[in-house]
Structure formats: C-alpha cells, structure tokens
Design a protein around this ligand. Sequence first.
Ligand SMILES: Nc1nc2c(c(=O)[nH]1)N[C@H]1C(S)=C(S)[C@@H](COP(=O)(O)OP(=O)(O)OC[C@H]3O[C@@H](n4cnc5c(N)ncnc54)[C@H](O)[C@@H]3O)O[C@H]1N2
Ligand code: MOO
Length: 438
Amino acid sequence: MTDRPNPPSSRGPLLSVEEALQRLLEGLAPAVQAVQQVPLEQADGRVLAQDVVAELDVPGFDSSQMDGYAVRCADVARAIEQGRPLPVAQRIAAGHFGVELAPGTVARIFTGAPLPAGADAVVMQEDAQPAEAPADAPQAPLGWIRVERAPQPGQWVRRRGEDVARGQVVLRAGQRLRAADLGVAASLGMASVPVWTRLRVALAPTGDELVQPGTVAPADLPPGVLYNSSRYVLVPLLQRLGFEVTVLPVLPDDREATEQALAAAALRHDAIVTTGGVSVGEADHVKPAVQALGALDLWQVSMKPGKPFMHGWIDRARLGGHGRCHVLGLPGNPVSSVVTLALLARAVLLRLAGAAVAAQLPPALWVRADFDWPRPDRRREFVRVRRNADGGVDLFPNQNSSVLTSVAWADGLVDIPGGTTVARGQWVAYRALDGWWD
Ligand SMILES: Nc1nc2c(c(=O)[nH]1)N[C@H]1C(S)=C(S)[C@@H](COP(=O)(O)OP(=O)(O)OC[C@H]3O[C@@H](n4cnc5c(N)ncnc54)[C@H](O)[C@@H]3O)O[C@H]1N2
Ligand code: MOO
C-alpha cells in the first residue's frame, strides 16, 4: 500500500460508503503470513490459503439413485412391445461391483450401488412388477420382472463426476470456509485444509465514562457513568469472523495514555479496533494518537449511524518493529459501532485476514417497507428493521444510535439513500445483519 494524501477533512463533502470501501481496500494486502494445515473439524470460518483442486471424480463411479433394476433402455422397450417380462440376472448392493449386463437381462440394484457396464438406466422398484417366467424361458434364479413404461437413458443414474470433476478447482484461495465447503473437502478425501493463521485483533474501548459490568452494581452507578456494553457485542462478532480477539483495558480519555496503549498493542496485533473517541470533541484522542504513531487514511463517511468512522495505521518501524498495524476507529455510540463494523471495518479486517472481499456492500434483498420514513437526512441511513410474517419489514421505533435494543430487536438494516424518504408499501433494500458474520 502506498502512502496517501491527507484524509478527507470534516469540512469537505463526506465520502460515500462505496467511496470509503474503495479507498479502504485499494491495494490493501493481507497481514497474515503463515499458512497452517487445520483438521476439517476446526476449519469452519477459516480463510483458505490455497486453491483446492480435485484429485478424483465425485462420485467416482456411475451408480443407482434408487432401489430397483439396472436396465438397458432398448431391451425394456422391446420387452414391452413383445409383452414379455425380463429376467433378473444379478444382484448388486452398495459397495459391490456387478458384471456386465447381458443383453436382454436386468440387474437387481440398490441405492448407491455401481451401475453394471452395459446398463444405461434404472427403473425404480415401484415401477416394476414381479412376473411369471415365460414357459419357453430358461431358468432365472432371481426371478422375472415386468416394466410398464420404457425408461429414458440416464434415468435414476448418478453420473461419475457429476458433483466434482477431477482437476476442477473446487475451493478457492481467499474463500472463508463454511460447513458445506468442509463436506466438499471431505468428499475429495481431504482430512485437513491449508488456511491462513488467524488475524490477531485487539479491541480497544475508549472513554472515562465506561465501567465493566460486574464491577459496579447498577444501584451504585455514579452519574454520567455507563457500562461498557459494546465490548460484549463486538467481541463475538469479531470472533465469528474468525479472528483471534484480545480485549484491552478501557483507554482513558487522555492523549498520552491512548498513544502508549495503541503503540503497545500495535506490536502484538495485526489490527486494532477502537470504539469511541473519533468525533470532533476535545476528549477524542484516537485520531491524533494514530496520526502521531503512523498515518490517518480516512475519517468520516456519509452514513447514519457511523459518520465518524476512521481508518489509519501505526507504523511499527517507529516502535522498533516492522510493517503496519491497521487501526479501525468505530464511533462510540453502540449502534454506530456495530453498523460501521458490518459495513466498513469487516471488509478491511477480512482482507487483512487473507479473505477475498469485494469493495462493495453485499447485495441487498428488495423487501416491502411496512413503515413510513418521512424525514430525509443528508447522510445515507441504515435503519434497524425486522422482517414480519407478511413479507415486509417493520421499523424499530427509536433509531437513535445510542439505542442498542434496536440492534437486539432487528434482524437487518434497510438502506435509505441520503435525501430520500420512504412511504409505506415502497420496495426498499434490506440486508440481514446475520449474514455479515458467517
Ligand atoms: N460536534 C459534533 N459532535 C458529534 C459529531 C459531529 O459530527 N460533530 N458526531 C456525532 C456522531 S454521529 C457520533 S456517532 C458520536 C461518536 O463520537 P465518538 O466516536 O467520539 O464516541 P464517544 O463520544 O466516545 O461516545 C459516544 C457515545 O457512546 C457511548 N459509548 C462509547 N463507548 C461505549 C461502549 N463501549 N459501550 C457503551 N457505550 C459507549 C459514550 O458514552 C457516548 O454516549 O459523536 C457525535 N458527536
Ligand atoms: O453516527 Mo452517529 O452514529 O450518527 O450517532
């Protein structure tokens, strides 16, 4: 990444969310360096470090999809025409190979069993009836069947390689592995996968007003003091993204102490996520501290909540180390911190973790707004909503960025462009919050 000119100032036009994502991800290289081979059982959510190429076809052989009879379609058609039954010449169970199907015969076959050579379809047993042996026929120890309708070639046959073809790139480097991916890897015979080491993220809450729950009883809470609630939202979200998260003690509203704590954390982590202290007040020390230790890249985005979001880095060379430690400054209001983590910081952190991430928001679903939003804001708004049983979304009544119960109630965000309103019944862009963390 090259050094860039000054971040946009608070006085100029604010960056849009898309511009911010472009700027954040442009030239951003992964911070993780080592690859580890991890057993499939522990690989959920990890970032794949190398492409996985199939060494075999899956399935490895043509097989039956049903319990029934392996047949040659032409023979069945002829037998129907002549009104004759067909002899069952062999019996093939899953895990066993039969012999080539002799012309004019069928094979009893079970689901998953290999199709015998010569067979080109399977007739399920419900479509075949046991029949008497014709008087002029030789012995058939497994009996005779009669089929009413001629099958099409390929019917009820699971084709070799129809799931995965040998040589195919099945999983891509940079992909975050999900449960089904692990099953696919297992189907290729892999017991472990090469993944990047976990990104080491420090969460650094700031603010003299914060206390840890459990240290002061609600009845004894001094005026102006509140519990550090964001920590308990952000840590599980960061962990679900696959990071190794350390929580630092709350940083006081003090420039010197903020700088020292960030410097120490920068040497031991790939990225630091701060909360609070990024607005314009005198007690907002995160920005100047990052500037003193490295550089500020971006500050303030045209979004509500979340406007004061900040990104910068600490130059470890100044601290006797090497490389950069990225700092993502989330605004202090708890809702703003969740929304900026979802929309902006998540992409940066995942890229640092080695994941392939696009510089755009994930695609939205279009849903019906079952609410009015009559007062436009200059900033693009991300309002907390919940899908209802009628196929629309309801709005949480209090959209203040300090109201954390709005996030607890909501299952997603509706994206309202700056300067626009929403009328009940209108189609709006909805993004499920859950989708951001798996
Ligand atoms: N003059 C201006 N003032 C503000 C602006 C502005 O543009 N001009 N922006 C506002 C916006 S928007 C937001 S969002 C806030 C964010 O400010 P900070 O990031 O500096 O956050 P703080 O002031 O430190 O905290 C804001 C609020 O959140 C509470 N908080 C902080 N951390 C936690 C936590 N871990 N758990 C629970 N609650 C937390 C804090 O006590 C404050 O009440 O700035 C506006 N001001
Ligand atoms: O971003 Mo602030 O989050 O509008 O309150």
